[in-house]
Design a protein around this ligand. Sequence first.
Ligand code: SF4
Length: 329
Amino acid sequence: MSEEAGLKLVEGVKYFHISQAVGLKTVKRVIRAVDGVSFSTMPSETVGLVGESGCGKSTVGKILMRLLNPDNGSVWLDDLCLTSLSGEALRKARAKMSMVFQDSTAALNPRQRVADIVVESLVAQRRIKTVADRRAEAVRLMQTVGLPADMIYRYPHELSGGQRQRVCIARAVSGEPSYIVLDEPTSALDVSVRGQIISLLRDLQNERGFGYLLISHDISLVKHICKSVMVMYAGRVVESGDVVDVLSNPRHPYTQILLKSVLTTQSTGIQLAQSVKGELGNALEEMAGCRFRFRCPYAREICSSTTPELAVHSGGNQNVACHFSDSLS
Ligand code: SF4
């Protein structure tokens, strides 16, 4: 039971069971994409979630939106447990949340005009019924995201990348949600457009009090707009806390390496420094021990057998999951 206001994930777990052909055999594998992740975000607050591609960040976002059902754990919207809802009750509760995806081209139906896209959820909820109301609402949403009113008659392929992402944001805010999951909202955009989209998101938050979960590999963006941050590695949170504490004084070896690797960050995701050996993929199958041990320069015997818990670091405000974080930093 959770009584505080906010959007929360409590000990979320999501495993994917896959079959893979290896030679003449089929091998079954369990990918532990999200393994005991907890966090919360409040109204008007932005929480960042960072890590390499494939670390489980987007799966967390989809669990929050109930686009994926967790195998274990619970999602709370204020005092409502979303994981226990279904049908009409879930649909109503989900109206208080929305999501903006990285790839605006894939997120928009190419056969729908902008007018139909941005009011889609309102029509589904029967909050607007007449053609005149639809048009008026679509025009109002265009103004909200800084697009001209006559753009409602266009199709997604007739828009630029920045305009398409603004349409996605218009759709996301149309139902007046309380919380929005932003999954890499600027990484597919030109550098010149990114700043405009970030300003729009901040303005909307200031005006309407949205709580954001920002999933991103862009450390500078997280530093710029987030209050707190979580660092994920292979399905687990390895460090979390106030954004200034974590990014200026990282305590976990992975966070330290991640921040040093920012210079090699590409639009497709974080590339760790070449000196860090191993791959994240194998670590996702590990049950016990620290999943970073295959790449960690400080790994010792206990790291293979005992999973380090996320705990308050003795020298700072952040939480760290490392057996030796006190002696390493
Ligand atoms: Fe490295 Fe061990 Fe700490 Fe994991 S627990 S980060 S392997 S020192």
